[in-house]
Design a protein around this ligand. Structure first.
Ligand code: BT5
Length: 255
């Protein structure tokens, strides 16, 4: 484990002001949770060169080859009810998309938490809540982004490919902290209504979603995001459905 202080040129105000580095760990989310329990400050980030148990949502794996990607988890301590944590993913996605765009990548968002370039996955977000009793203690914001080398999966791409320039991981971290911080602050201050238009404006086009509502499944076109962060899906008859987290199976790009 290596600790380091942040350079003065850093544009973020609180995100990344404390940083803990690992050459390799299981999951940076687990290391960040451990540090949060030990009292680490709001804005502390944990970065690993490689993860050997990197994970996505619902037990899925996150490919984390050594030196090829960004594997980062942030400790955020917002004054929010626990129920308002999941939509924070949308705010983080907007910041992540803008950070990728700062490197010239034509990045877009796929609900709820993917950054795509040309239909391929550049980055994903894994938000986990930690509580003390009934109270929210910390939110661990895990971000994985492919940076260089061969994409780890045929469905993945890298920032280097998308931006056609050499990528320095610390420069990505600086951009990412600056952009993500802005959108987390906006979300905490004003809620999802302050994020939804920005998210909608960055949404990837031509996506379909398989949705289960009250036991019935429909496949429809992604029509946008409602003011409260729910996904809007239009079925074959033109009827628009509001979809909450957990109701949507993989939202896939139409080729
Ligand atoms: C995510 O999950 O997209 C959230 C990924 C979060 C990873 C970060 S890395 C730092 C921190 N520490 C962790 O342990 N996790 C976080 P989900 O939406 O469930 O997507 C997972 C799916 O993305 C997999 O089932 C694969 O299909 C695909 N996938 C796996 N690795 C990938 C990669 N490196 N690039 C693109 N796609 C990937």
């Amino acid at each position: 484990m290596r600790h380091r202080s942040t350079p003065h040129t850093f544009a973020a105000h609180w995100l990344g002001t404390q940083r803990v580095d690992f050459a390799v760990c299981g999951s940076t989310n687990d290391e960040a949770a451990r540090l949060a329990r030990a009292g680490a400050r709001h804005g502390t980030i944990v970065v690993a060169d490689a993860q050997d148990a990197g994970r996505g949502r619902e037990g899925r794996a996150w490919a984390s080859p050594s030196g090829a990607g960004l594997y980062l988890s942030a400790i955020v301590r917002p004054l929010l009810p626990i129920a308002l944590v999941p939509p924070m993913t949308l705010a983080i996605g907007v910041g992540l998309c803008d950070a990728a765009r700062a490197f010239g990548a034509d990045a877009h968002l796929k609900w709820p938490n993917d950054v795509l370039i040309g239909g391929k996955k550049l980055a994903g977000v894994l938000v986990e809540s930690h509580t003390q009793g009934a109270k929210l203690d910390a939110v661990i914001v895990g971000i994985g982004m492919n940076l260089t080398g061969e994409p780890p999966l045929p469905t993945a791409t890298t920032l280097e490919r998308a931006s056609a320039r050499e990528i320095d991981r610390d420069a990505v971290i600086a951009q990412l902290c600056a952009h993500v911080e802005v959108w987390i602050d906006r979300y905490i201050a004003s809620g999802v209504a302050a994020i939804a238009p920005a998210w909608h404006g960055r949404m990837a086009e031509n996506l379909t979603a398989r949705v289960t509502i009250d036991g019935a499944t429909l496949v429809g076109a992604v029509a946008g995001l409602d003011h409260d962060g729910a996904l809007l899906v239009r079925d074959g008859a033109g009827c628009v459905h509001r979809v909450r987290s957990g109701d949507v199976e993989p939202v896939t790009a139409v080729c």
